[in-house]
Design a binder for this molecule. Sequence first.
Ligand SMILES: [Zn+2]
Length: 217
Amino acid sequence: MSFAAQFRRELDRLFERRTHWLRSVVAGRSPGKPPAFSRKDVRRAIDKLQSVASDALARDLARDEFEEGVAEKRSWHAKRGKGFLFDDRKWAFLDWFDERFRGRKRAFIYVFWNRRRCVYVGKTARSGRRIASHFDKRWFGPVTRLDVYAMRGRRVLPALECLSIHRFQPTRNKVKAESRKWTRKCELCSIHREIEEEVSSIFRLQTPRPRRKRRRR
Ligand SMILES: [Zn+2]
């Protein structure tokens, strides 16, 4: 199913659920017990709509921003003859980093990969040491590759980091993704925020007044 269709279906479901009682008024059948409709349902739908929006848009938005903001991309392979000890690999990486990026503007996005799965996305406006500081973390063990993007400037760092997280869905950045804090200037975050505001305002829930019982004749 296309993203547009998924998005529509989710909205239609929510609307149908919300209007269940209303639909039954002239439908000529007993309204029965309406399906419960709560803030939780709205929240769940917002999450779903945001995730469909991410799936639909993250790739293109990230590509556009990266094309504009990235001066250079380099990959470092963690396993090839770099030794197994933390220090060996760290020094191998730092040598490589200094050689590749010496004298460049110091603003980088870095992405750790375990084959095709993204493990972690980070940013630094300092040196490769910040990146190497992750090497002694437990999750670094299975990392096979490290992509380093040298940025044209620091200004775009937070937005690009956020877009990379939307795009690659790294396993170690979950906390941030679940905190529902928006990154300013990240285009996808602002779409997420608009979805949330719009859906909450359409399906605003107040404490329900008790419905008058219909008199049977
Ligand atoms: Zn974002």
